[in-house]
Design a protein around this ligand. Structure first.
Ligand SMILES: [Mg+2]
Length: 284
């Protein structure tokens, strides 16, 4: 069975609509709390749609199925985006949307593995996801499990030494079942990533570390899906990286223009406005 044979993946819903649904669900969750890392969620929605509805193997009714591809959210603060994708995938029930960020919720504001089905690791201590992914990929190989491990990380994590230690380890162990997805929105907590600690030339850097690397527009869905396909189909005994250049707040132009992007301030009356603007761009 391939990803394309699964009922939920072939429900005649376009990837564009999946991405739009993820954006809408994330905005609805943001509205519940009046806050959230919504800029990141809107920016990464296309990558999540292509991952969950084109690339990944999983069983929505059995999130811990041993044969599943593991999707690690190194960036725990992007949890709002992953919850939206997990709801779209049928792993989390949409009825729980209104509990986002509440004390008894299964959806805390930062990703925690013990709370949420489909959340593979507790992220948010940045720079650690890739190291965990290396261990998981190595473990799967030793168990002869053909599943892939995907690690979604941010460009800010490129400034962490642990990321590059893990990158060396992955190449050393020839982890061709590991795909590192980098959300390059050129923004981290203190400002533009390229001004904080520039990691360019980034594609060449990953290649020099022994990885197969692609760089694509992370808001161009066909390009994202093709890159995920190529990463999976490659035959070299190397780990694979994909750098996705994304635009924060994508899909809601008045938010895209905000000056402070890391934690976008959305006023109380703007959540409904953002949902209305998104609605205008609703795909088939
Ligand atoms: Mg960033």
């Amino acid at each position: 069975m391939t990803a394309h044979d699964r009922p939920h993946a072939t429900a005649n819903v376009s990837l564009a609509r999946r991405a739009w649904n993820i954006r809408r669900t994330a905005l609805r969750m943001g509205a519940v709390q009046g806050q959230g890392y919504i800029g990141q969620a809107l920016g990464i929605a296309d990558v999540l749609a292509a991952a969950y509805f084109h690339a990944l193997e999983y069983r929505p009714e059995d999130p811990e199925w041993e044969g599943r591809d593991r999707f690690l959210l190194s960036i725990g603060h992007y949890a709002i985006a992953l919850y939206a994708a997990l709801m779209e995938a049928g792993i989390l029930p949409e009825e729980e949307l209104d509990t986002y960020g509440m004390d008894d919720s299964r959806m805390p504001m930062s990703g925690m593995a013990s709370y949420t089905p489909g959340m593979e690791i507790t992220g948010g201590s940045l720079g650690h996801g890739l190291g965990v992914a290396v261990g998981m990929a190595l473990g799967l190989k030793r168990k002869k499990n053909p599943a892939f491990v995907y690690n979604l990380m941010s460009d800010g994590e490129l400034g962490e030494g642990s990321t590059w230690e893990a990158a060396m380890g992955a190449a050393h162990h020839r982890l061709d079942n590991l795909v590192c997805l980098i959300d390059f929105n050129n923004q981290q907590a203190d400002g533009p990533s390229t001004e904080m600690l520039c990691a360019e030339p980034l594609k060449e850097k990953w290649e020099a570390f022994g990885w197969r690397c692609q760089r694509v527009d992370g808001n161009d869905l066909p390009a994202v899906a093709a890159a995920l396909d190529a990463a999976r189909a490659a035959t070299e005994p190397k780990p694979r990286a994909i750098i996705f250049d994304t635009r924060m707040c994508k899909g809601v132009p008045f938010l895209e223009d905000r000056e402070i992007m890391h934690f976008v301030r959305v006023e109380a009356d703007e959540w409904a406005k953002a949902l209305a603007v998104l609605e205008e761009g609703r795909p088939e």
